[in-house]
Design a binder for this molecule. Structure first.
Ligand SMILES: [Zn+2]
Length: 493
């Protein structure tokens, strides 16, 4: 069946209606990433192209944490009720937890929770596993799992009732090691999210009133989406001894004393990273993927027409030769019955970085036409030089993606000295706004609430970590007391 020139349909421009653009890119009419027609609200089907991209992201994270001596493990999906409630602040997750209460038509003896996150399932086991300072540091992680939270509003890759998860859980003898690990987590986030995926971010220390439930401090890399809203890409938590005391995780130190351990956990938001990848790099024709993360680097499209069978045979033969020549990359020949124009649109929609076109003319001249997804410029390349040219163009493409993302991020990070100025920026441009602020301890929350009210939802993200130069003579934009910090404000999802 020939699917002649049927254009895959994104009908809105990203600049004009980002929200609708995002929905369309994810859907059937776009890159077919997430299917929300599954029939249970907040539970989505990850279609093959999305799952392949997610696997690439997971692969990068797994390599990085294993390089940093983390061991993989896999815990069950369910958690005992009493374990879920042990750490008092963390028990604040309870209203969002799904419970399993029945099996068949009988109530089960002890109801169990679907995990909202891993702490309360993993730490009871740590208390059994860890005995001596010799067992430390202990670094474990689980990957390619999902967690469950009863979110009110849901949207693929932004917020779901079941969403993809990755988490490390590390145990140390001292708090000093905790702080070292947090810096290592930051490096991992930078290497994966910025260096590989080309997504710029600021690493924040969250204000005290907005840290993870049960943590002493929370650190997060946040990016900006094309609508100027903040997107939290990961979080790493200084858990102090809160969980070790609640779950009785003690080891013998060198002197033979029982001591509570110190802990961190790091959770790259795989879904949120995916959302940023789609949103920040994509354009009006669909996804744009960096070369190294794309499930396919290169698609070869034979330029053949059904009424010229003899020519077609030569073209297909050439396509196979070329594929063999560049097999170190992830390459596919699209020899389907669709027209070349249809294929171009389809692979552009999926964000495949490079396209090779081979037709009868190319066969004769022993050349191919190479097309970059970003600017769609056509370059004629001798087959003998192809590998070299692909390496060159893949770097050019990655740089284009990176500098475009960096520019948007820089252009949308501004400063304000007064509440009025902040209001204006947030209303017109959104993005991050840096302002002088009194306190990121709990007493600052009042000023944060006023900012939220005055700017209809502006959120105090926290201070940059490590912290930037403080405002010396400046005053808090709300209470006019001495400003001890520069904080970033942004609207959020
Ligand atoms: Zn203040």
């Amino acid at each position: 069946m020939v699917n002649d020139e049927k254009k895959l349909g994104i009908t809105v421009k990203k600049d004009e209606n980002f929200s609708e653009w995002f929905t369309q890119v994810c859907s059937e009419q776009g890159a077919k990433l997430a299917d929300v027609r599954y029939g249970v609200q907040g539970f989505v089907v990850h279609r093959p192209w999305a799952f392949r991209i997610l696997r690439e992201i997971y692969g990068l994270l797994e390599n990085e944490v294993e390089e940093d001596n983390h061991e993989p493990f896999l815990f069950p999906t369910v958690i005992k009720e009493e374990n879920l409630q042990k750490e008092k602040e963390h028990a604040g997750f309870a209203p969002d937890v799904f419970w399993v209460t029945e099996a068949g038509d009988k109530k089960i003896e002890e109801k169990v929770a679907l995990r909202p996150t891993g702490e309360t399932q993993i730490y009871p086991m740590y208390s059994l596993w860890l005995r001596s300072y010799n067992d430390l540091p202990f670094k474990g992680y689980q990957s390619r799992i999902t967690v469950f939270r009863n979110e009110k509003t849901t949207r693929p890759f932004i917020r779901g009732r079941e969403f993809m998860f990755f988490e490390t859980h590390d145990v140390f003898l001292t708090h000093e090691e905790v702080m070292d690990q947090i810096k290592k987590d930051l490096d991992i986030a930078k290497r994966v999210i910025y260096d590989k995926l080309k997504i710029p971010f600021v690493f924040f220390k969250r204000p005290q009133w907005d840290k993870f439930k049960g943590a002493d401090a929370t650190y997060t890399p946040d990016t900006l989406m094309p609508d100027g809203k903040r997107n939290q890409l990961a979080s790493t938590h200084d858990l102090g001894q809160n969980f070790s005391r609640a779950y009785d995780i003690k080891v013998k130190d060198k002197e033979g004393n029982d001591v509570y351990v110190w802990q961190t956990c790091f959770g790259p938001g795989v879904w949120r990273i995916m959302a940023a990848l789609i949103a920040i790099h994509g354009d009006d024709n669909g996804l744009v993927l960096p070369f190294s993360i794309a499930p396919l680097n290169i698609v070869i499209v034979p330029i053949v027409f059904n009424d010229k069978k003899a020519e077609s045979k030569d073209v297909l033969k050439k396509c196979k030769e070329v594929k063999e020549l560049i097999k170190e990359f992830k390459v596919k020949i699209d020899d389907s019955e669709n027209s070349p124009g249809f294929k171009f649109n389809e692979w552009e929609m999926l964000g495949v970085p490079l396209r090779i076109e081979i037709g009868p003319n190319e066969v004769k001249s022993n050349e191919v036409t190479l097309v970059k997804r970003t600017d769609k410029k056509k370059i004629k390349v001798k087959v003998a030089n192809l590998k070299e040219e692909i390496l060159k163009q893949s770097k050019v493409l990655d740089n284009e993606i990176k500098s475009r993302a960096d520019k948007y991020f820089e252009d949308n990070t501004k400063s304000a000295k007064t509440l009025g100025e902040l209001k204006k920026i947030i209303e017109v441009h959104r993005g991050f706004v840096k302002v002088p602020f009194c306190s990121v301890e709990n007493e600052g929350e009042k000023c944060a609430d006023i900012i939220k009210e005055e700017t209809s939802g502006g959120y105090v993200c926290g201070t940059k970590f490590p912290e930037e130069d403080r405002a010396k003579s400046e005053t808090c934009i709300v209470c006019r007391k001495k400003a001890n910090h520069i904080v970033y404000i942004a609207k959020s999802y």
